[in-house]
Write a new protein. Structure first.
Lengths: 778, 448
């Protein structure tokens, strides 16, 4: 296609140069109307579309009636895009309707493309502008960790972040309520206490059954079925009195109650009889003096007893169950401080004699803290205000460290830290054109995109020397950052939300149907998908590996689930697959489970998942008043199989279009049950895993589906994946003007073997990522 | 008062059976006299409790209207507080209907539940709704108490995706909105609720508390100035975001000042519910316990509580329902599914009964029960979960609002009466009258 060929040439130039700068040199490209075919657009719509998409009964909320001429339609970019998408995907016109000829369709698509190209970024380059972004919980935690070295559990302390466009880092969606601010205040108080020592702080260490050792792990506790020890290591930060608590319950047998001892190393501190039963675990508490250093704290079961012949089956076995261990201290008056690393890092001048409490030291400390937190050099007056704050606190009786704590707390609650403030270049305020953001803001965009954290020293230096906007530098930084362990953020944040794995913590497979489903399996499922994604980043694999690969990661628990031999232990290992099961996200138990109902699979949900998350063509929700198929019930009075009922459901015209392209994708995955185990039969019947699309494509079973996606739909996948990653990177929903950016990145992916790094490079070098424009023209 | 009133930590945590109940305030603090005791009329309180996915209406709606009515199956657990109920049949939330916006009934129903407004259909940048009834009341009266309002829930926002057919998760996971663009985040962690209600650490010397207070105010002053300066340099969209921040700072500052003027009840931290609830039922009970404490200590007079997010797929295995609630609610008139739905409905009402009975068990200074002073609204913005209709909503009131509501009745309103009319009438009784809320068309008469 000549249109695409021309586009390709331009787009390479686009990607290789700082996009915002070339705007001034490239005059708008006007495509002459005569150069493209002139299909009868309105006639096409009237004939094929307005039957359903008229004003009164605008199906899918789209009316295509009443366009006076082509130009009027062309001006409605959103509608143009929707028409194009449906035509290209073959979803419209519906199969049972009169079909346009291939040529007619082709002509219309080309015309639509031209119209889109006329208005979009080729002519008016587009950067967009994300709304002021508040740090979400994950970003807050990473920022505090990388800046101060304090691990603050933001995900349990702060309210959940709102989700928009599939991700929880969308500036416009993230709100800030008084509740948030209260939490930020309290968090600041906690963090400054940890970061800066004024004395040995009291610490509480709490470990539940998953993080303690010994016994047998059950779904509620660590069980001691014979006399033995459940314990955890603890490092005392200083000599003093520590409270030790154990939350336990017991099952009873014989004449005496279960007995336990709270022990430190091999020393018994406190013995107790455990009356609590499994309905009401109790907490036992004692305290003891500990020296500084490592100890082992635990609970010992003292009087195991077994009475198999007791007529009461609840009185046959005496066992002890440990739900949780806690230790807190030291409780005594604080001792001279042993400075933690964070303290030295925050107040380096504390190491210099005579310099410690000087105003110069305070000045130095606050400037470093604030400029790091605000991710830019300080502005006129900012440091002075902070100094004043600290000095006022000193005047109010605070010591030097406490005054730094106070100023740091103010920094932590400041909007300059909590929000990613990007200033609009003054030149941009008037012309609504894309303009390069300043280098510090670019460093910040980059580090929050790839690390969910603030820029490190290297990025700050490049920002300061104004080199970061250079394409080679930017590219090299992106590559460096992907290889850094902090890029785990992309796994935890992007991958988990893209694959909808947050749902995995919420699903509840029916325990009767799937007795083998437990927490270990749930965790292993999640871990497999995360490790797979991480390997695509770290080894710079092709993103098409998400569609189909021959490898995955399993531990012994998951290997058993997958019927794989020879994997032992809790640690995950890389395995090459050569049986029925292939690699790629569609064979991950995590994905297969979140797209199932509690008792059975759901071909519809799985098909929908593929359309939404792999192909980027989410089906339109069912129209109001249509009964969804009661597919979650195994009971069928009419003697039809689920598949037959689905097919009959599809015979309804209003359902057929979507289901015809959705269900077959799910049918092909029927070899995987509702928790992702391979099966050849269900209820004695062989599995029918043949899926057939409206265009005649058929595939039998997961592998053929994955091969079909890999070979025939890989560009759709690239586009979908690119759109999602770009949305995540920009922190805003994509607009139609972003299409060119997406096109360019998809092309770049194609030219670079679909490598993950090509996607990331394409994004960080793109106009929307490097530029901004005034959003106040509407 | 005998020593036996003092509960040990263990007693508190063990509570009744498997559920740990927080003790009511007198039991925790025999010496505490509620702040409003000098005023013989108890203040009025208002709470809005929302359950998702509608109800099985045949077992919700009483057959009879008037004073003599039988509690249907779902409402049976309320038998001990029947004379405190006012069941209102026939209310409508018109703004929950599509009006051309297509699918997304759950999001719309949840959004309109306390606002009477139609949610702007978006899953992104431009959420727009209206101010909810609780926040209207809080904005007009909240200065009387330390916390203007208390937003509670069991589930946080959904973690991924747009939450309902192109509607933002903001609509399905919040019912309180302080402005058209600002949902008020709800607290789901019992420990944090406790800390908000009882911020004082018992046994800390007054000098330390004073210093802490001064430091906090100083930080707020500092960041307020930061935000004011920053705002001048931002575009209008960003200014709106920063406005949320500024409001929050002012709100927290107001709370701090209120704490100084009207100190919070001293509660020993050992009563703080530290461990996470182990079951859904336990979680709900802890939240309702806390709500009782909040009203009793007069920390706030306005609250909302979401039993689950709208469209919730929670399964209720403790009552033998393994399927997700939402999936089940699309019962397709399958009797087995309808049976399970009504079991879930009844389970929720059982938790409501626990809450109401607890409110009733608390004596106020004037001798009346805490429930007497309350106006509790309970229900869903969807009627039948299968049909997704927004008329004939399952709605009941509990508590007589200090005698301003004639309870012990089941009444029927004219078809298509906006639920917002009920809100207007409640706001009148709360002393915070407004002329209009959402799609209200007038006061709802016949409540007294």
């Amino acid at each position: 296609m000549k249109y695409l060929a021309g586009r390709q040439k331009r787009s390479q130039k686009w990607i290789l140069q700082p996009a915002c700068l070339i705007l001034f040199f490239s005059p708008p490209l006007l495509l002459a109307e005569e150069s493209v075919p002139s299909p009868d657009v309105i006639g096409f719509l009237e004939h094929h579309c307005v039957g359903c998409h008229d004003e009164e009964d605008s199906a899918a909320n789209l009316s295509l009636h009443g366009f006076a001429d082509r130009q009027q339609l062309a001006d409605d970019h959103h509608t143009v895009q929707r028409i194009r998408k449906m035509l290209v995907s073959g979803k419209m016109p519906p199969a049972e309707q009169d079909q346009p000829s291939a040529e007619e369709k082709q002509q219309l698509v080309e015309w639509l493309d031209t119209k889109l190209a006329e208005v979009d970024c080729r002519q008016f380059p587009f950067a967009g502008r994300p709304t002021l972004r508040r740090l979400n919980r994950y970003e807050y935690r990473c920022s505090i960790r990388d800046w101060l070295g304090v691990d603050f559990a933001a995900s349990t302390e702060f309210p959940r972040d709102e989700v928009g466009h599939g991700f929880d880092n969308m500036g416009a969606v993230l709100s800030l309520s008084p509740l948030h601010l209260e939490k930020y205040m309290l968090a600041a108080e906690t963090i400054v206490q940890e970061a800066i020592a004024t004395s040995v702080p009291i610490r509480l260490v709490r470990r539940n059954r998953r993080d303690i050792h010994g016994g047998v792990q059950t779904d509620r506790a660590r069980a001691l079925f014979t006399n033995g020890l459940v314990h955890m290591p603890f490092t005392s930060q200083g000599p003093g009195t520590y409270d030790i608590r154990a939350r336990v319950f017991a099952s009873q047998a014989g004449d005496e109650l279960a007995k336990m001892a709270i022990v430190v190393d091999d020393r018994s501190i406190h013995e107790a009889e455990v009356r609590a039963n499994s309905n009401a675990p109790q907490t036992y508490e004692t305290s003891t003096f500990l020296e500084e250093g490592k100890v082992n704290v635990g609970v010992r079961f003292l009087n195991d007893f077994y009475d198999p012949d007791n007529p009461d089956e609840n009185r046959r076995d005496r066992n002890l169950f440990v739900v949780r261990l806690e230790i807190e201290g030291p409780k005594d008056p604080p001792l001279p401080p042993v400075l933690p690393d964070t303290h030295v890092r925050v107040i380096p001048c504390s190491q210099i004699p005579n310099h410690v409490h000087s105003e110069a030291c305070l000045h130095e400390v606050l400037e470093r803290l604030a400029s790091r937190a605000f991710r830019r050099p300080l502005r006129h007056g900012e440091l002075e205000r902070l100094l004043q704050l600290a000095l006022e606190t000193q005047a109010d009786g605070a010591g030097f460290e406490e005054s730094v704590q106070h100023a740091l707390a103010a920094i932590l609650v400041s909007p300059h830290f909590l929000f990613r403030v990007e200033e609009l270049p003054t030149s941009a305020a008037k012309d609504h054109q894309p303009h390069a953001i300043n280098a510090y803001d670019l460093a910040t965009r980059l580090s929050y995109f790839l690390w969910s954290s603030l820029p490190d020293e290297a990025l700050r230096e490049l920002a300061q020397s104004e080199q970061l906007h250079e394409s080679d530098v930017l590219r090299a930084q992106a590559i460096r950052m992907l290889q850094d362990p902090r890029s785990q953020a992309l796994v935890d944040q992007f991958a988990v939300q893209w694959l909808n794995l947050g749902q995995l913590t919420l699903v509840t497979p029916d325990p009767e149907t799937f007795p083998e489903f437990d927490e270990d399996l749930r965790n292993a499922m999640l871990q497999e998908s995360k490790l797979f994604f991480a390997s695509v980043i770290r080894q710079d694999r092709s993103i098409l590996d998400f569609l189909l690969s021959n490898d995955t990661w399993v531990n012994s628990r998951l290997a058993r689930h997958y019927h794989l031999e020879g994997v032992t232990g809790k640690d995950f290992q890389h395995v090459v697959l050569n049986g029925n099961r292939t690699g790629g996200v569609l064979s991950h138990a995590s994905v297969l489970t979140v797209t199932s109902n509690p008792t059975r699979t759901s071909a519809v949900q799985r098909g929908k998942w593929v359309l939404e998350n792999l192909l980027g063509t989410p089906p339109v929700p069912p129209p109001p008043g249509i009964e969804p198929l009661p597919e979650d019930s195994a009971a069928n009075e009419d003697g039809l199989t689920l598949r037959q009922r689905l097919e009959s459901h599809r015979s309804l015209a209003e359902c057929a279009t979507c289901h015809a392209s959705m269900d077959p994708l799910g049918f092909a995955l029927e070899n995987y049950n509702a928790i992702g185990v391979w099966r050849d039969q269900e209820d004695g019947q062989p599995i029918d895993a043949i899926g057939g699309l409206p265009d005649g494509t058929t595939f039998d079973g997961p592998k053929e589906l994955q091969e079909f996606l890999f070979k025939k739909r890989h560009l759709d996948f690239c586009r979908c994946f690119t759109e999602k990653m770009l949305t995540y990177a920009l922190g805003r929903g994509l607009q139609y003007q972003d299409q060119c950016t997406v096109d360019d990145i998809v092309q770049s992916l194609e030219h670079n073997g679909f490598r993950f790094s090509a996607l990331i490079e394409g994004i960080v070098l793109s106009t929307p990522f490097r530029c901004t424009q005034s959003a106040d023209n509407s | 008062m005998t020593k036996s009133w003092h509960l040990s930590r263990r007693d508190v945590l063990r509570g009744a059976g498997t559920v740990m109940a927080l003790p009511v305030l007198e039991a925790m603090f025999p010496h505490t006299v509620r702040a409003a005791a000098d005023d013989s009329t108890a203040p009025r309180r208002m709470a809005f409790l929302m359950v998702p996915n509608g109800a099985h209406m045949p077992d919700w709606t009483p057959q009879e209207t008037g004073n003599h009515f039988e509690l249907p199956y779902i409402l049976e657990p309320l038998k001990n507080v029947k004379d405190q109920l006012l069941i209102i049949n026939g209310l409508t939330h018109d703004k929950g209907r599509p009006h051309g916006d297509g699918p997304g009934d759950h999001a719309r129903a949840c959004a309109t539940f306390l606002t009477g407004c139609q949610a702007k259909k978006t899953d992104g940048d431009d959420i727009f709704l209206g101010v909810s009834v609780d926040q209207l009341a809080a904005q007009k009266s909240g200065k009387q108490t330390r916390l203007p309002s208390l937003e509670l829930g069991i589930e946080g926002s959904a973690m991924a995706g747009n939450c309902d057919s192109g509607y933002s998760c903001a609509y399905t996971s919040n019912i309180s909105w302080s402005s058209s663009t600002t949902p008020v985040a709800k607290e789901i962690n019992p420990r944090f609720v406790f800390e908000r209600l009882f911020p004082n650490q018992l046994g800390v010397d007054p000098e330390t508390l004073d210093r802490q207070h001064r430091r906090r105010v100083s930080i707020l002053d500092y960041v307020l100035e930061d935000a004011r300066r920053l705002k001048l340099r931002l575009g209008t969209k960003d200014q709106r975001k920063l406005e949320e921040y500024l409001n929050s700072v002012r709100e927290v500052e107001r709370g701090l000042l209120a704490l100084e003027q009207n100190p919070a009840t001293d509660v020993d931290k050992k009563f703080r519910p530290d461990q996470a609830p182990e079951t859904y039922e336990q979680h709900l009970r802890m939240m309702t316990d806390l709500l009782v404490l909040a009203f009793q200590s007069d920390s706030t007079r306005i609250s909302t509580l979401m039993f689950a997010n709208e469209g919730s797929s929670r399964s209720y295995t403790s009552i033998g329902v393994a399927e997700g609630h939402h999936e089940l609610s699309h019962h397709g008139n399958d009797p087995e599914k309808q049976h399970k739905i009504r079991e879930i409905n009844r389970f929720h009402v059982t938790q409501l009964a626990y809450f109401l009975e607890r409110l009733q068990s608390v004596q106020e200074a004037g001798g009346s029960s805490l429930l007497d002073s309350c106006m509790i609204v309970y229900g869903s913005g969807i009627s039948d979960g299968n049909a997704h209709n927004n008329e004939e909503l399952p709605i009941l009131l509990a508590g007589s609002g200090g005698g301003s509501l004639h309870t012990g009745r089941s009444v029927r309103v004219e078809a298509e009466t906006p639920m917002s009319n009920l809100f207007l009438s409640l706001l009148d009784r709360f002393g915070t009258s407004v002329d209009q809320i959402g799609d209200s068309s007038g006061r709802l008469l016949g409540l007294s």
